[in-house]
Design a protein around this ligand. Structure first.
Ligand SMILES: *Cc1c(COP(=O)(O)O)cnc(C)c1O
Length: 409
């Protein structure tokens, strides 16, 4: 039996959806690899990867197989039971990382929420009620729950939502002296993105992460790496902490972990995990069999030398080509990032115009992202075909030609 579907279009969005998004003017209906098709049959190249989520592109056959096989077996059992896909995914994640223990949830914000609750619980159990301060960085992004918008360092996301949770401090990113000033015996956690994603694809300095690690050790504060965006192969390592050789106490990951199916994870060690004892935290859907079956397939494919080395090589290629385009059109002051998380920073002549360039790309049948007003962000499939990458770059050049012509005119 199939259910009758109504005809809908982009115009319906403005009538029936809460207006908190401003989606593109077309409605995607089908995807395959790094190509996407809209309702009219227009074909687009996707270098946005669903905002760093579609790590294996659209409808990867192995993920379709994992999801449909699980869909025919078992969807949901609640946390009164455990389930095989969750146990297997947790085995894979702990085998591949510093962590011994995993907590599954459904989104990046929820994984961060769990990490921050864990940090407060650990501090409360071990040192008492007065050790609850969380240090975060300016311009960071950690999700959209009331707690995580306040931990995030972008006031525009937390204004207007009532009293703020207390015990949260923000310091400039990559500023070790500021961190040293802010941290104290009262600090229970420092939370950092190893590469700030949403606010401009800005990598941490090596000495900064090493220095923050040492400060956290000195003050018995948990170091939480938010790898929601950088995790699961995005940077050419399974997790970005490996790029730096700086190991956190807690790591959160989401976006690419499900390749498009919602799943997130908080990873930590035995010593910290034991503080979240029975009943202290939970979720209805987290770790559900469908999500974990997909995550298992994602991890099995991405956590291989072939795929990870491919990410590194393609990332270098993409940055080189973008630098060439930047020079040819005098457009970018910097092209940065790691692996296939790449930011092209517009120079002084084009500040604030990343959105306009992204719109020009869409007119050239290409999907890219912005990361703040000045940065074009690329987060394509980690297994993008060379031909798709080249075609995407060719379309990006067309977009640049239109954009530069208009910007100068
Ligand atoms: C996207 C993102 C989040 C939020 O994830 P959601 O799944 O939208 O809750 C948190 N942290 C970082 C670094 C992100 O990029």
């Amino acid at each position: 039996m199939s259910i009758q579907q109504a005809q809908v279009s982009r115009a319906d969005f403005d009538q029936v959806m809460v207006p908190n998004y401003a989606p593109a003017g077309f409605v995607p209906v089908r995807g395959e690899g790094s190509r996407l098709w809209d309702q009219s049959g227009r074909e687009l190249i996707d270098l946005s990867g669903g905002i760093a989520v579609n790590g294996l592109g659209h409808c990867h056959p192995a993920l379709v197989a994992a999801l449909t096989a699980q869909a025919n077996k078992l969807w949901h059992v609640s946390n009164i039971f455990t389930n095989e896909p969750a146990l297997r995914l947790a085995r894979s994640l702990t085998a591949a990382t510093f962590a011994d223990r995993v907590f599954f949830s459904n989104s990046g914000a929820e994984a961060n929420e769990a990490a921050l609750k864990l940090a407060r619980k650990v501090a409360s159990d071990r040192f008492g009620e007065q050790k609850y301060e969380i240090i975060s960085t300016l311009n960071s992004f950690h999700g959209r729950t009331v707690f995580t918008v306040n931990v995030g360092g972008q006031p525009k996301y937390s204004e207007g939502f009532g009293p703020r949770p207390t015990g949260i401090t923000h310091v400039p990113y990559n500023d070790l002296a500021a961190m040293e000033q802010a941290i104290s015996e009262r600090t229970c956690a420092v939370i950092l993105e190893p590469i700030q994603g949403e606010s401009g694809v800005l990598p941490a300095d090596q000495a900064y992460l090493e220095g923050v690690r040492a400060l956290c050790d000195k003050y018995d504060a948990l170091l939480v790496f938010d790898e929601v965006q950088t995790g699961v192969g995005r940077t050419g390592k399974l997790f970005a902490y490996e790029l730096y050789g700086v190991t956190p106490d807690v790591l959160t990951t989401a976006k690419s972990l499900g390749g498009g199916f919602p799943v997130s994870a908080m990873l930590t060690t035995n010593a910290y995990a034991e503080h979240l004892s029975v009943g202290t935290h939970g979720t209805t859907f987290g770790g559900n069999p469908l999500a974990c079956a997909v995550g298992e397939a994602v991890l099995a494919i991405i956590n291989t030398p072939d795929v990870l080395n491919g990410v590194t090589a393609k990332g270098e290629y993409l940055r080189k080509k973008l630098r060439e385009l930047g020079e040819k059109y005098n457009l970018f002051e910097q092209v940065r990032g790691a692996g296939l998380l790449v930011g092209a920073v517009l120079n002084a002549d084009y500040k604030g115009q990343a959105g306009a360039l992204m719109a020009a790309a869409e007119r050239a049948d290409l999907l890219v992202l912005v990361a703040g007003p000045d940065v074009i962000r690329f987060a394509p499939s980690l297994v993008i075909e060379q031909a798709d990458l080249d075609e995407g770059l060719a379309r990006f050049e067309q977009a640049i030609i239109e954009f530069v012509g208009q910007a100068k005119a």
